[in-house]
Write a new protein. Sequence first.
Length: 76
Amino acid sequence: MTAKNYKKMLKQLNKKPAKKIKYLKHNKPKTRSCGEALRRCKFCGRRGAHIRKYSLGICRQCFRESAKNLGFKKYS
């Protein structure tokens, strides 16, 4: 029993409740409470390279595009 999407397997395992419980115990994706996978950019949805200072919550690429609109100045 192999499948990329674990929900496809649940359709097959509905007839075998004991195996379904064991399958879910080991293969269900974890709910995230912290970390990089939980945060997404407000503008584009990227998950990496976040600027969280001043509660911006945007990625560095979007920050470069919208820094002047947000009131930041480049000093060098």
